[in-house]
Design a binder for this molecule. Structure first.
Ligand SMILES: [Zn+2]
Length: 287
C-alpha cells in the first residue's frame, strides 16, 4: 500500500463521507507503481491500465460487474453466535467485529445475492477480503450453506468468488468446522445436478482453499491472484528449497492443472454466462 492509498484516500473519505472519492484523485498501482487516474481505474474495473494488475474490488463492485445490468438481490444471512469463545488477543474479538462492520457496512466476510447472468438465473456468493481478511468463521460457513440452499431452491448454478486469508482464528475450532460444512454445502448443489463454479481472486489461501474452493465443477481465477494453502515463505522453510517463479499464482496453477481458466476481469461475466449455458445445456440433454 502506498502513501496515497493509505493516508490521503482515507482522509479524503472522512472529509467527504463514505465512499465518495473525488473524481480527480490519483492512485498508485501496487504492482508497477504507475500513477492512475481514479475514474479511469473505475471504468477499467480496477485493472491497472499500464500493467494489467487486478486490484481488489469491494463486494458491491463485484456484484455489479457480475450480474446483468449490475442488478442483483442480496439475501439476509442467518445470524450466528457472536464471539462464542470470548476471544481476545490485542483486542476483543467483539471489538474487531464491530470495527469491521463499521468500516465495510457488511455483517461479515460474505454476501449472497441472486439475479441473472447472461439471461440465466444464478446465485452468487462473494467473500469480502476487506472484512477481517475475508477469514472464514461461522458466519461465512452459514453464508455458503445458505447460498447452496438458495441455488437448489431456485434451480440455479452457484458461483462463489473467493478472497480469504484463511480461517477466522478468533473462532478457533468453530472456524475449522466450517471446512467440512462448506464441503457438504457444495454436495447439496452437485446432488441437485446444478453447476458449482468457483472464481478464485487475490488472495485465496488457508482453510478456504483447503475446503470448498477446490471443489468447483469449473475453477476460474483472475490473473495474478495468489492462491495457495500455506504462504510461500512457510513452505520454503519447511521443504528447505527455493520455490519456482510465480509459484501460487493463477497462471502457474493453470499450467499445473489446478485451474480450468484464468480470465481477465473485464471478460469474467461473459465467461460465466457461457460456462453456465454450456453446463445447463448438457444437464438438460442428460435429463
Ligand atoms: Zn500497474
Amino acid at each position: 500500500m502506498s502513501w496515497l492509498t493509505e493516508f490521503v484516500r482515507p482522509k479524503i473519505r472522512t472529509l467527504l463521507g463514505r465512499r465518495e472519492v473525488p473524481e480527480n484523485l490519483w492512485l498508485q498501482c501496487p504492482s508497477c507503481q504507475q500513477m492512475l487516474f481514479h475514474t479511469e481505474l473505475e471504468k477499467n474495473r480496477k485493472i491497472c491500465t499500464n500493467c494489467g494488475h487486478h486490484m481488489r474490488p469491494t463486494v458491491a463492485e463485484r456484484l455489479a460487474w457480475t450480474f446483468d445490468d449490475g442488478k442483483s438481490t442480496r439475501i439476509e444471512l442467518p445470524k450466528v453466535p457472536a464471539d462464542p469463545l470470548r476471544f481476545r488477543d490485542s483486542k476483543r474479538y467483539t471489538d474487531r467485529l464491530r470495527e469491521a462492520r463499521e468500516k465495510t457496512q457488511l455483517d461479515d466476510a460474505i454476501v449472497v445475492a441472486h439475479g441473472s447472468i447472461g439471461g440465466q438465473r444464478a446465485v452468487v456468493a462473494v467473500m469480502a477480503f476487506e472484512f477481517i481478511g475475508g477469514s472464514m468463521g461461522a458466519a461465512v460457513g452459514e453464508g455458503i450453506v445458505a447460498a447452496a440452499k438458495l441455488a437448489v431452491l431456485q434451480d440455479a448454478p452457484l458461483i462463489v468468488f473467493t478472497a480469504s486469508g484463511g480461517a477466522r482464528m478468533q473462532e478457533g475450532t468453530i472456524s475449522l468446522m466450517q471446512m467440512p460444512r462448506t464441503v457438504i454445502a457444495t454436495r447439496l448443489v452437485k446432488e441437485a445436478g446444478l453447476p458449482f463454479i468457483t472464481v478464485l481472486t487475490d488472495p485465496t489461501t488457508g482453510g478456504v482453499t483447503a475446503s470448498f474452493t477446490m471443489l468447483g465443477d469449473i475453477q476460474i481465477a483472475e490473473p495474478g491472484a495468489e492462491i495457495g494453502f500455506a504462504g510461500a515463505r512457510v513452505i520454503e522453510q519447511t521443504v528447505r528449497e527455493k520455490l519456482p517463479e510465480g509459484f501460487q499464482r493463477s497462471e502457474y496453477l493453470l499450467a499445473h492443472g489446478v485451474l480450468d481458466m484464468v480470465v481477465k476481469r473485464t471478460e469474467l461475466a461473459a465467461t460465466l454466462a457461457r460456462v453456465i449455458g454450456l453446463l445447463r445445456v448438457k444437464e438438460k440433454a442428460a435429463a
